[in-house]
Design a protein around this ligand. Structure first.
Ligand SMILES: [Zn+2]
Length: 330
């Protein structure tokens, strides 16, 4: 994989390419951003470009260095991963000892620490000195999707690069390149909130059945039918599991509501988030007032915001039920 194979985050690519061309790649880097947007891939391209035998500002992918790094057998590129979810001080000791030794076969040593938030406090503190004054031939790339838990003393010693979610258009393009039909690609891109990796790993059949289930739930909201069994199902789960499933469900509910509004407003069908539901959406549009759908969309968006806050899942569910009952009186 070279820079051109990474979808999205063009601004960061430009910064890194320029740094490589000038021979001024910072020795301490912190790649921060949501999961699945290519931070690790970017770190490996940097590691390859710093050691590539043919190119200075990218990975050629064919020289012996690039090939060995891709296989994970290049001695100067090391990835440190947590053991039982913690990156320990002993692992940092290994990093530091290696970082002060000249590269064995490459031009630069590169250490990729992923995820950096798994570093214990002692492990973080033990890195401060080397992050502050790294040997010129060693680069440390910390990767995180949760920059708020990285110690400020660590952050301030690194060049901080903030990755963005991958845009929907980029995700669609990438999925189509991987042989997914355009309509399916558009639907998946809606569900993953910029997480390209998740989009690439999704199983279409599973997505299809989840959307069918949510469509039925959407109908109960529209027709003011009880949703008790649905909420009961969620209330019985742990907060994390409930949130993980609740969020896509709410996002789908919002997308069905938006589509219904688009149809009520006679918008171009090409704008629909759920083009495969166009016919049932049209059936519903015939009997529902726009105001009712707008009220439902408002509520769903409010629930999504509430879900982001760290609140008890049972309380959250009962607040949704009360809200849903009130919406029936709109
Ligand atoms: Zn190469």
């Amino acid at each position: 994989m070279s820079f051109s194979d990474i979808t999205g985050n063009g601004r960061i690519k430009k910064i890194l390419v320029k740094a490589l061309q000038r021979g001024r790649m910072p020795n301490s880097l912190l790649f921060s951003g949501p999961q699945g947007v290519g931070k690790i891939d970017m770190a490996y391209v940097v590691a390859k470009a710093l050691n590539c035998l043919d190119r200075e500002d990218d990975a050629c992918e064919t020289c012996s260095s690039c090939v060995a790094i891709n296989k994970g057998v290049f001695p100067d590129v090391m990835r440190l991963a947590p053991v039982k979810s913690v990156l320990k001080i002993d692992q940092m000791r290994i990093l530091k000892e290696a970082a002060y030794l000249k590269p064995m076969i490459g031009r630069k040593r590169v250490f990729i620490v992923d995820p950096a938030e798994a570093m214990s406090r002692e492990a973080s503190n033990s890195l401060l000195k080397i992050l502050e004054e790294p040997p010129l031939f060693s680069h440390i790339i910390l990767i995180t999707s949760n920059p708020f838990v990285i110690l400020p003393t660590v952050k301030s010693r690194c060049q901080f690069l903030s990755f963005s979610p991958v845009s929907r258009d980029d995700i669609v393009r990438c999925l189509i390149e991987h042989d997914l039909a355009e309509e399916k690609a558009r639907i998946l891109s809606l569900l993953v909130r910029g997480n390209l990796k998740q989009a690439m790993n999704m199983d279409w059949e599973e997505v299809r059945s989840q959307r069918e289930k949510t469509w039925q739930l959407f109908l109960t909201f529209l027709h003011r039918e009880p949703q008790a069994s649905f909420f009961k199902e969620f209330s019985a789960r742990s907060r994390d599991a409930a949130e993980e499933e609740m969020r896509p469900t709410l996002e789908l509910l919002a997308s069905f509501s938006r589509d219904l509004i688009l149809i009520k407003e006679n918008a171009d069908p090409g704008l629909l988030f759920n083009p495969d539901f166009e016919s049932p959406l049209r059936d519903e549009a015939a009997s529902i007032r726009t105001g009712q759908v707008l009220a439902l969309l408002d509520r769903v968006e409010e629930w999504l915001l509430t879900l982001q806050r760290n609140m008890n899942i049972k309380l959250f569910m009962s607040s949704i039920i009360v809200d849903a009952m009130e919406s029936h009186n709109v």
